[in-house]
Structure formats: structure tokens, C-alpha cells
Design a protein around this ligand. Structure first.
Ligand SMILES: Nc1ncnc2c1ncn2[C@@H]1O[C@H](COP(=O)(O)OP(=O)(O)OP(=O)(O)O)[C@@H](O)[C@H]1O
Ligand SMILES: [Mg+2]
Length: 316
């Protein structure tokens, strides 16, 4: 076995060429194909156009051994996607019906999973030249943070990021997983599109705070998944309420029920509410997420309830 850092660099160079060639191939569609269709019936033209469009999109290929992929996303940064993804992965693993869960950190520029899952190191590479995930709390994890130094800035152009994502999706030996949870970077850009178009995704979980500005971005996120035919399982309303540990008074710091209203206007469901709680922040910073470090707390139970809801919705 060898360590994975070298593999990433060589692979990135190879993939850069591969990606360019793929683009060139796409560009090679002869113009006459359009013109021959143009003279025929409107329906024929439409189906021809759809065919051409489909040719330009990457083919969706499942990740071997992975039954269900769940992406945790939001258009906005800092709303709690990674915290939610980590605790949901642990919540899924806590279910009696789930044997194995993986967690993929798709945030190449700002990976959070190594710290939140208390993992460090360079993954080994298997005989089949696949990276072997690092494991903690029974969850198999893969992150760009294992492949670059923690303090090293990732100064990459979009194409290199796409190549890295492709490698994180395809060049990891996940074994047999019931669920692979993907922690998405903020936004609705290349990474989100590329993942949705390259692998079959069972569902997207959209995280938002109840605040107007976060909701606008959450809406963009949900609409992007609709456009690429990824089912949106529902919204998680994060930081919904703050309960003062001294006097027990409840404050809706980011507003009240904003995500519920958004869900209603978009015909989506709320999967659950997560309170704004110091335990959630502290345990994640310590690399001991609340679902494993304090499973009897109401915060942990809120995550587990959402995980069960996800299982229910996907098995439908
Ligand atoms: N429910 C919560 N209660 C308390 N703190 C929380 C809660 N959810 C998230 N946090 C804290 O908020 C901060 C941002 O959370 P997190 O990193 O999960 O957001 P993110 O959406 O993944 O951010 P980014 O867009 O940068 O990837 C972290 O410090 C985290 O510990
Ligand atoms: Mg994050």
C-alpha cells in the first residue's frame, strides 16, 4: 500500500487532460446534425435537441458498493451544512437497519470533516489504486483535508477542483455502504452540478437558518436540485431557537419558522428543527459530534429523528 497524496497530484494532471479531451469531444458535435433536424417536424426537433443535450452531459454512474447517496447542501455558507452532515451520518449509522455509512467532504477549499470527525492523516492506497477512507465512530470518511496540509491554502482553478471531486467520488474504496452522506460546499456551482450529474443521488437535504437571506439561498439550492432531477428530501431548519442555559428563556435569534414558510411555498417538507446550542458547536470543534458524545441530549435526538426521516423517505 502507498499513501494517497502523490496519487492525487498525478491523477489531477491526468484528469486535467481527460477533462479537456472530454470537452473537446463535446465540442465536436457536427453542426449539420442540428440543421438536418431543423427541417423536420417540431417534435422530432425537440427530441433531437434533448438527445444532443444528453450527449453533452456526463453519464451518471453509481459508485460501486454504495446503495444511497444523500447530499447535504444549501446555497449559503456557514448555515451548518457540515455540522448537520456529520451528525446525520452518525444518526443514520445509529439506526438498526443501517450497517455502514460513509461521509464524503466535497468542500475542497474549506474541508471541515477531518476536524469534526477527529481524523487526520494520509489515506493508504489499496492494491487496486483506490484510496482507503479513514474511519472514526464507525463512519468511513474521505476529505481533501486528508490529502493537503491543514494550513495549506488550496489555490486551484475550477478545472482542478472538478478533477479532485471526480477522484474523491471514483477513486475511493468505500466497500459496501448503505448510505454515503456528502457534505457540499456552499453555493450552487460546478461542484454541486458535477456531483448531481455524475452519480445517482437518492436525495438532497437542504439546510437553512430561519433568516430571510439564508432562505433565499436555500431556495436557490433546492431549485438547482429540482433542475437536475435530484429529489429534495426536505429542509432542515438549523439554529431555529436558542434556549438560555441560565434562565431557559427561548430566543429566535435568526427569526421564527422562516424555513417552514419557505418549505410551504416550495411544496417541500421540514425534516426537522435543530436548536442553536453550545453543545453542538463545542462537540463538533472537539471532534466528538453530539450524536456520539451526548446521544441522550435533545440536540442529538433531533439529528437522529431527521436521520430516521431520511431513511423513511428514501425507502419509499
Ligand atoms: N445548531 C447549531 N448550534 C450551534 N452551533 C452551530 C449549529 N450548527 C452549526 N453551528 C456552528 O456554526 C458554525 C458553522 O457551521 P458549519 O461549518 O457546519 O457550516 P457550513 O454551512 O458547513 O459552513 P460552510 O459553508 O463554510 O461550509 C460552526 O462553528 C458550527 O459549530
Ligand atoms: Mg461546511
Amino acid at each position: 500500500m502507498a499513501a494517497a497524496r502523490g496519487l492525487l497530484v498525478t491523477g489531477l494532471n491526468a484528469l486535467r487532460v481527460g477533462t479537456c479531451l472530454q470537452g473537446a469531444r463535446r465540442g465536436c458535435v457536427p453542426a449539420r446534425s442540428y440543421s438536418s433536424a431543423a427541417g423536420s417536424h417540431e417534435d422530432k426537433l425537440k427530441s433531437r435537441q434533448a438527445e444532443m443535450m444528453a450527449r453533452g452531459l456526463p453519464k451518471q454512474k453509481p459508485i460501486p458498493g454504495v446503495k444511497h447517496v444523500v447530499v447535504v447542501a444549501s446555497g449559503k455558507g456557514g448555515v451548518g451544512k457540515s455540522t448537520t452532515a456529520v451528525n446525520l451520518a452518525l444518526g443514520l449509522a445509529a439506526s438498526d437497519h443501517v450497517k455502514a455509512v460513509g461521509l464524503l467532504d466535497a468542500d475542497v477549499y474549506g474541508p471541515s470533516i477531518p476536524r469534526m470527525m477527529n481524523l487526520k492523516g494520509n489515506p493508504e492506497v489499496s492494491d487496486r489504486n483506490l484510496m482507503i477512507p479513514l474511519v472514526n465512530y464507525g463512519i468511513q470518511c474521505m476529505s481533501m483535508g486528508f490529502l493537503v496540509e491543514e494550513t495549506a491554502p488550496v489555490v486551484w482553478r475550477g478545472l482542478m477542483v472538478m478533477s479532485a471531486i471526480e477522484r474523491l467520488l471514483r477513486q475511493v474504496d468505500w466497500g459496501e455502504l448503505d448510505y454515503l452522506v456528502i457534505d457540499m460546499p456552499p453555493g450552487t456551482g460546478d461542484v454541486q452540478l458535477s456531483i448531481s450529474q455524475n452519480i445517482p443521488v437518492s436525495g438532497a437535504v437542504i439546510v437553512s437558518t430561519p433568516q430571510d437571506i439564508a432562505l433565499l439561498d436555500a431556495r436557490r439550492g433546492a431549485e438547482m436540485f429540482h433542475k437536475v432531477n435530484v429529489p429534495v428530501l426536505g429542509l432542515v431548519q438549523n439554529m431555529s431557537v436558542f434556549r438560555c442555559p441560565k434562565c431557559d428563556h427561548q430566543t429566535h435569534i435568526f427569526g421564527e419558522d422562516g424555513a417552514k414558510q419557505l418549505a410551504a411555498t416550495m411544496g417541500l417538507d421540514i425534516l426537522g428543527d435543530i436548536p442553536l446550542h453550545i453543545n453542538i458547536r463545542e462537540t463538533c470543534d472537539l471532534g466528538k459530534p453530539v450524536v456520539v458524545s451526548n446521544p441522550e441530549s435533545s440536540e442529538a435526538k433531533a439529528y437522529v429523528a431527521i436521520a430516521l426521516e431520511i431513511i423513511k423517505r428514501i425507502s419509499k
